[in-house]
Design a protein around this ligand. Structure first.
Ligand code: SF4
Length: 210
């Protein structure tokens, strides 16, 4: 991955590092949120990943694109995403052949913000009040009284909100990278194309210098 990063321009490298820093902070906060609320995903549950509504920005998918190109999987991945264009669910979801509702994320370490924060953060409305939205399974568990939102919002510890992190993301040079949410498969496709193009450009520059 480092070799590929070195072939990118300084601005791209910087943006990718910033995204990875945000992911690092998200993981710390969601872990804290999970500890405070005792919320956890059911083992091997893949319901969220099967939703056609999962969205991410191209910027969020750049680290995964770099990783795929560094493993020489960039081109095959691009071709497969295009072939499976009609498939609405995330390309990286690896379903369990024995249980349609279960599976695993094939890009867990590199997954975008929504995949890290959904169910493990709060939303703030325009009146400043907090709301929690999780998946059906988690909401069902909460209905049984697993955590008290009022108590949580009244505590002095800062709360994990989706907006905090999306704002940090949009602060990364918005003119150069797209931070608009797209269907996740489109976002990874464009991120792969962007990194592929930058790598080609680097190769051309090297050839010209020779
Ligand atoms: S990136 Fe991983 S966690 Fe996110 S939707 Fe795809 S398979 Fe699920």
């Amino acid at each position: 991955m480092q070799t590929i990063l070195k072939r990118l321009g300084q601005k791209d490298r910087q943006a990718i590092r910033q995204v990875l820093n945000i992911y690092h902070d998200v993981d710390k906060e969601t872990l804290r949120f999970a500890r405070r609320t005792h919320i956890s995903c059911p083992p091997r549950c893949g319901l969220c990943c099967q939703s056609p509504k999962v969205e991410a920005s191209v910027l969020e998918m750049l680290p995964l694109a770099v990783k795929l190109w560094s493993e020489e999987k960039g081109m095959s991945c691009l071709e497969n995403i295009e072939k499976k264009h009609a498939q609405k669910r995330c390309f990286f979801f690896d379903p369990d052949p024995h249980n349609a509702f279960q599976g695993r994320c094939g890009a867990y370490q590199w997954r975008p913000l929504i995949c890290r924060l959904f169910g493990f953060s709060l939303n703030k409305n325009k009146y400043g009040s907090y709301a929690y939205s999780g998946c059906k399974t988690i909401n069902h568990a909460l209905a049984e009284g697993h955590f008290d939102l009022t108590k949580l919002t009244q505590s002095k510890i800062p709360l994990t909100t989706m907006a905090n992190f999306t704002m940090r993301l949009s602060g990364i040079s918005t003119s150069r990278y797209d931070t608009k949410p797209l269907a996740i498969n489109m976002a990874i496709k464009f991120a792969l194309e962007k990194i592929g193009f930058e790598l080609e450009k680097h190769q051309w520059k090297c050839r010209i210098k020779q």
